[in-house]
Write a protein that binds this ligand. Structure first.
Ligand code: PLP
Length: 455
């Protein structure tokens, strides 16, 4: 790296040469962005000297913060021992073996196989291939349709983007024709006059209706996040998951739980499906599996699926050069060491999460807040102009964009999705730092209320 590049030069070169993900290229080329230069504990530092509290754990991935030296050391050590070798052609490596074994031991007993990818998107692509091969091998080739939900996020490759229900993505790339979407369990936006419990049952029944419409003989799988993350931290009503599980129990359809955000402690348990009592056949993981320090994702495969895939023999025609990369797997192992062998997860779920929930709950009385949702250490604050009618502050989520920008100015990194402010703070955040988070967010909400004349 060139140590002499000044911030302004960096910013200029960035604008000239670097295309950023989910970004308006023209706007970025004109206005540029923030150069993040270093991070420590739960703070990021930019090249202008700003210190910003990270209430998003990077992009939902740095759950243990930025100062886990054990993970950094494990990666460095691994790079010196074996920086790379592939897992094709009857080769394997120790970190991949150990991480597969570890993840299998952490999942329910009937999960014993792991396939590694570099990302959540690739992991969900892999799930589609598993599901299709499973039913081909069972001689049920008509079972190939996959049901997902509107406003779900399952990644951004063509297949993962098709699984997702993000309308902006579908508008730019035609989705795969074998993927169908049902309504999401987003009570605040869609519930109307129904109680949350009534709406949860209604939304679950959308799955049964869609299976009937498509024909059970044609449907292979249902994929869902326990809590929709990128869609706006949509925590389903309590009635939703039990009703969905009942529908799945009564039918021959595989269930893929996309744990890319909810996995590894985010909702208070190791996996999100444990929080909601669902019974997946396939589990997608990524993000926090390495605490965000190295790219890694994958699929955990239940015995039900693995027995068919292994029982019939024949090559599984799928793989990535870096599947089971030794340095990424070393990062995963070191991350599991922290999650399983320190008290961080236990303390975050028993002490910090209730404190976070109680602190955020106080925002409900704020003039521009319509609802606060929280589960474990993931939360959303819905912004409204009118609490009763749930009318929004401004078209195209401009009110929430305004709040987000004021929060970042106040030194708090939060994200805006639709009209919600969303958060997933690191598990190592202290109570005092939760107080700071809420106070900075309140400052941004106050400015928003003043801007829209609602204070
Ligand atoms: C981020 C995310 C993905 C995609 O993971 P990438 O590593 O960005 O490809 C998939 N599913 C969910 C639920 C996610 O949040």
């Amino acid at each position: 790296m060139n140590a002499t590049l000044e911030t302004n030069q960096l910013r200029q070169l960035d604008q000239q040469h670097h295309l950023h993900p989910f970004t308006d290229f023209r706007d970025y080329a004109e206005n540029g962005g923030r150069i993040v230069s270093r991070a420590e504990h739960i703070y990021i530092y930019d090249s202008d000297g700003n210190k910003i509290q990270d209430a998003m754990s990077g992009l939902w991935c740095c759950s243990l913060g930025y100062s886990q030296d054990g993970i950094k050391q494990a990666v460095a050590d691994q790079l010196f021992e074996l920086p790379f070798y592939n897992n094709f052609f009857r080769c394997s490596n120790q970190p991949a073996v150990e991480l597969a074994t570890r993840l299998a031991s952490m999942a329910p007993a009937h999960f014993n196989k792991v396939f590694f990818t570099n990302s959540g998107s690739e992991a969900n692509d892999t799930q589609i291939k598993f599901v299709h091969r499973y039913y081909q091998l069972l001689d049920k080739p008509s079972k190939r349709l996959i049901i997902s939900r509107k406003n779900a996020y399952h990644g951004s490759t063509i297949a993962a983007g098709s699984l997702g229900g993000m309308s902006a993505m579908h508008a730019q790339t035609q989705g795969l024709d074998y993927i169908h979407h049902i309504e999401q369990p987003y009570w605040f936006e869609l519930g109307g006059d129904m109680s949350p419990d009534e709406f949860g049952l209604w939304a679950a029944n959308e799955l049964a209706k869609k299976i009937d419409e498509l024909g059970e003989d044609n449907v292979a799988a249902f994929i869902a996040e326990p809590i929709q993350g990128a869609g706006g931290v949509i925590i389903p009503p309590d009635t939703y998951w039990p009703a969905v599980q009942k529908i799945l129990d009564e039918r021959d359809i595989l269930f893929i739980s996309d744990e890319v955000i909810c996995g590894f402690g985010r909702t208070g348990n190791m996996f999100g499906f444990e929080t909601y009592g669902t019974k997946p056949d396939l589990i997608t993981f990524a993000k926090a599996v390495t605490n965000g320090y190295m790219p890694l994702g994958g699929s955990l495969v239940s015995d039900k699926v693995a027995d068919v895939l292994l029982g019939h023999g024949g090559e599984f025609a799928h793989g990535l050069t870096y599947s089971g990369h030794p340095a990424s797997c070393a990062a995963g192992l070191a991350t599991m060491d922290v999650l399983q062998h320190t008290s961080i997860l236990e303390e975050s779920s028993s002490v910090l999460a209730p404190y976070f929930a109680a602190s955020l709950a106080s925002l409900v009385d704020h003039p521009v807040v319509g609802e606060v949702r929280c589960q474990g250490l993931v939360a959303a604050v819905e912004l409204v102009a009118d609490k009763a009618s749930r009318e929004r502050l401004a078209p195209e989520s401009a009110g929430a964009v305004y709040t987000r920008d004021r929060a970042i100015e106040n030194g708090l990194m939060v994200r805006q999705t639709g009209d919600a402010m969303i958060m997933s703070p690191p598990f190592v955040t202290s109570k005092a730092e939760i107080d700071a988070l809420v106070s900075k967010l309140t400052g941004a909400l106050d400015k928003t209320a003043a801007f829209y004349g609602l204070n």
